[in-house]
Design a binder for this molecule. Structure first.
Ligand code: ACM
Ligand code: ZN
Length: 556
């Protein structure tokens, strides 16, 4: 009897590895991954997910292992366990110059995932999940085509921005947004938290920012300058506990969250909460189109001069650059912000700051004299540089929109180039790091069709998926020794005309899917026709997961 034991053990081993699809012939279209991987060698055979599959991951990959188990359970109703020597082996081997590179070897009986960092392993899991499918032709088996993938991104900064000020979006929505980012290996979430039309983050030291600044008494209806005011109180904000929840959720998905606190412009909501931040606290808030809500008109008549803006655009009432109180306010706010966000970069806005108030403010003019500044542009540079020194003193760095070049760039600042790429080129030439986000390719609030009559109201422009796909943040004209200053690119979703989650998804997808490939995959592997084929698979994921999306690219 005992002489059969080796044979029985062998049989047991064989049956635990055996799967009936070990010789299956895979189709090229079964490998639909977006962003496209740098190299893929397809093989015959399928790996099959089941409750028998066990995961072998070291302690430093505990969160990644938990993510994989949860997603398999949620999306495919498969419960995998953990066991040393299990079929799924994951580990970190920090032997690459690219911190996000990974290799994924998929065999019928085992999967080996090795990443240069925990983040890289997580991206490998995204690839694995994109390859996973429930196949009705195979009795509903949950399978993965086998092969070897070696992959890494071209750009280290791959960002998506969201304006939660013009319209407010729930924590739940932001989590779903982060989920789609993770699926496409987009590693940075730029959270635009303060604006003229609403201050959206709790600051303990300044409760009026959210008591007053998070609410407006109405919103214009129709395209700016608007048809009328809807006369509806609108607003919302995130508590610090909610912010921590979002930051942790993002961290679990290896996404860095960069908060944006706008200064010195786009600050009407803060000024409504604390009027002394304005050059002229007793001057009434001006609206650009005379379409203020009745409630706000009544408040101004009763002596409350400053109101949260109800229409879009750029406003003259900005933070006073002369008063010391402005800087202590900004520093106190940023102190709470830096405690909440572990990111090294803090976005301080810097765009679209009119200089009219500064020209007629005696505090601002005195500052210009005392500091020996040439004009109001240099005063803006003084403002940004002073904020930068404070942020640097806390071990962090600032990033701002390309207007921060005006009057001289703060010494350590990074630049986010939105008015084309010229600002980014200039900044890189001066030795500053740059994120490219030009309106031409990266503004997802633009129309997706030239047939505007059949589209939901949008700000303007025309940005089809194909043009997003063609985006490359690297300017051809940049000298070779300056190219390393281009960190990557980012798409922005400004929400003046986007009031619902459904519509936000419509504007985001599939353009967000397209930009992920523009930022991850090198030019040699980019091919729009091939992308469209793979996009069919991702479309099935949108459908399966319940995301709304624009259909133009599927109808051509
Ligand atoms: C911007 O679009 N004002 C940065
Ligand atoms: Zn002033």
């Amino acid at each position: 009897m005992y002489r059969y034991i080796p044979f029985l053990l062998g049989l047991l081993f064989w049956s635990s590895c055996y799967n009936e699809y070990a010789q299956y012939s895979n189709n090229p279209t079964d490998y639909a991954i977006i962003p496209q991987v740098q190299s893929l060698e397809p093989m015959d055979g399928l790996f099959v997910w089941s409750d028998q599959v066990k995961l072998d991951a070291p302690a430093d990959l505990k969160e990644e292992a938990a993510w994989l188990s949860a997603i398999l359970e949620e999306q495919y109703d498969v419960a995998i366990g953990q066991r040393s020597g299990g079929q799924i082996q994951m580990r970190v081997e920090a032997d690459s110059s690219n911190q996000e590179s990974y290799t994924l070897d998929i065999h019928p009986d085992k999967i080996l995932l090795v990443g240069a960092s925990e983040r890289a392993v997580f991206w490998g899991l995204q690839t694995l999940m994109q390859l996973t499918r429930k196949d009705t032709d195979l009795d509903g088996a949950i399978v993965v085509p086998t092969g070897r993938i070696v992959d890494e991104p071209v750009y280290g900064y791959r960002g998506m921005h969201l304006d939660v000020c013009r319209h407010f979006f729930s924590v739940d929505f932001i989590k779903r947004y982060l989920d789609v980012m993770a699926m496409h290996k987009i590693n940075t979430f730029h959270w635009h938290l303060t604006e003229d039309q609403g201050w959206r983050i709790e600051i303990k030291r300044y409760p009026e920012l959210t008591n007053v600044g998070a609410w407006r008494n109405g919103t214009i209806v129709g395209h700016y300058p608007g048809e009328r005011n809807d006369e509806e109180r609108y607003g919302g904000f995130y508590t610090q506990e909610e912010v921590k929840e979002v930051v942790a959720y993002a961290a679990d998905r290896h996404i860095t969250v960069i908060p944006e606190i706008e200064l010195p412009g786009h600050s009407s909501a803060a000024i409504a909460a604390y009027p002394s931040l304005s050059c002229f606290p007793s001057e009434p808030t001006q609206v650009n189109n005379g379409m203020m809500s009745e409630a706000s008109v009544a408040l101004q008549a009763a002596g409350q001069e400053k109101i949260v803006q109800e229409t879009w655009g750029v406003f003259d009432d900005v933070y006073c650059a002369g008063k010391e109180g402005t800087f202590s306010f900004v520093e106190n706010v940023l102190t709470e912000i830096m405690d909440l966000f572990p990111a090294e970069l803090i976005h301080i806005g810097g765009d679209e700051c009119p200089k009219g108030n500064w020209k007629r403010c005696h505090h601002c003019q005195k500052r210009i004299q005392d500091e020996g500044l040439k004009d109001e542009h240099e005063l803006q540079s003084y403002f940004i540089t002073r904020v930068e020194q404070f942020v640097n003193s806390k071990g962090k760095q600032i990033i701002g929109w390309d207007e921060i070049l005006e009057g001289g760039l703060a010494p350590n600042a990074s630049v986010m180039s939105w008015r084309g790429t010229q600002g980014g080129i200039e900044a890189a030439e001066q030795g500053h790091t740059v994120v490219m986000s030009p309106t031409s390719h990266c503004y997802f609030d633009y129309y997706q069709s030239e047939d505007r009559a059949n589209e939901p109201l949008a700000i303007g422009g025309f940005l089809p998926v194909e043009k997003v796909y063609a985006f490359d943040p690297m300017p051809e004209s940049l000298a070779a020794d300056k190219k390393n200053y281009i960190l990557g690119g980012q798409a922005n979703l400004w929400t003046e005309y986007i009031g619902t989650e459904e519509q936000a998804w419509y504007m985001l997808l599939p353009r967000m899917t397209a930009i992920s490939e523009a930022l991850w995959t090198n030019t040699a592997n980019k091919d729009f026709e091939d992308f469209k084929v793979r996009l069919q698979d991702v479309r099935a994921d949108y459908d399966r997961l319940g995301y709304n999306y624009a259909k133009h690219v599927f109808e051509e």
